[in-house]
Design a binder for this molecule. Structure first.
Ligand SMILES: Cc1cc2nc3c(=O)[nH]c(=O)nc-3n(C[C@H](O)[C@H](O)[C@H](O)COP(=O)(O)O)c2cc1C
Ligand code: SF4
Ligand code: SF4
Length: 268
């Protein structure tokens, strides 16, 4: 089984590739959280993959909550691994996940970093097409190696890339992430056409669209950037700023929730 959280499709795409090789089902963490369903039924020797994006060098809020409450419904010998997708490095996400899992009574056997295109375009300049294509192609190769390691049930910190990261900053980064998770920073602009795409794609179901205005109805979310990156009109701004680029992984179209991009995609 693979449990996955994904805002713009990178982690979902990695989950699909792993699933095609090792089998099992993909479980959408956000949907499970919404349904308060924390039970995971695994075969006795089945592996459990936890696949998610790194935010501010740590784990997404939704992943933290789900993993802290999850219950595996048998006592088999489960190899538990994490694949952390990120733009440049995983920071302290492995240790943070390890801690939450340990508190929940489980052991993280192995963790892997998977460098993919960066979707945090509110904090950085967009990557050019060449960089995005190069990252996606290297990620495919890396995934093949990761799948081999999963099949061999290797343990430890395997293929870990920390990026520009100082362990002394881990706590500071976690706090910075928690502080910025406020949905008050999102707004839709006059370019909104009321298509409700953001409402339907938001993994945490916090957006409602009234006429031609999107409204964020809960105080905070995991900040996956799905709404902002994928609005077909580029009509969502963050912290008063328009961003210069948008990113989503094409595999998002195939996501199990089955949302197709509306016609007339005008993303910058
Ligand atoms: C709020 C936010 C913070 C991020 N922080 C980091 C980071 O600290 N390090 C990093 O390498 N990438 C960072 N990223 C980039 C994502 O981890 C990366 O693009 C990821 O593959 C997106 O996965 P998804 O498409 O499954 O949502 C961040 C993205 C967002 C939205
Ligand atoms: S996806 Fe964009 S255009 Fe469509 S309703 Fe949401 S904010 Fe408006
Ligand atoms: S509101 Fe936007 S950033 Fe927050 S979880 Fe929903 S899609 Fe992601």
């Amino acid at each position: 089984m693979l449990i996955c959280y994904s805002g713009t499709g990178n982690s979902y795409s990695a989950s699909k590739t792993i699933q095609e090789a090792v089998g099992g089902t993909i479980v959408d963490i956000a949907r499970r959280l919404h349904n308060n369903n924390f039970n995971l039924t695994l075969e006795l020797d089945e592996t459990l993959g936890i696949i998610f994006p790194v935010y501010f060098g740590t784990i997404p809020k939704a992943v933290r909550e789900y993993v802290s409450k999850m219950k595996i419904s048998n006592n088999g010998d489960h190899y538990i691994y994490a694949v952390m997708t990120c733009g440049s490095g995983c920071g302290s996400a492995p240790e943070d996940l390890d801690e939450v899992l340990e508190d929940a009574g489980y052991i993280l056997d192995a963790h892997y970093t998977l460098i993919m295109p960066n979707n945090a375009l509110v904090f950085m300049d967009p990557e050019d097409d060449y960089t995005v294509a190069g990252k996606l192609s290297r990620a495919e190769e890396e995934l093949e190696a990761i799948i081999g390691d999963i099949e061999d049930r290797r343990s430890g910190a395997i293929r870990t890339i920390r990026g520009n990261y100082n362990p002394a900053d881990a706590e500071k980064n976690r706090k910075a992430y928690e502080e910025v998770c406020s949905t008050k920073l999102f707004k839709s602009t006059e370019e909104c056409i009321g298509c409700k795409f953001c409402e339907r794609l938001c993994p945490e179901r916090v957006i409602r669209v009234y006429g031609r205005t999107a409204s964020w109805e809960k105080d905070s979310c995991s900040l996956c950037m799905g709404c902002l990156d994928m609005c077909p009109q580029s009509a969502i701004i963050f912290d008063g700023k328009r961003v210069r680029g948008r990113y989503h992984n094409d595999s998002f179209y195939l996501r199990s929730i089955g949302i197709a991009m509306p016609l007339g995609d005008k993303r910058l």
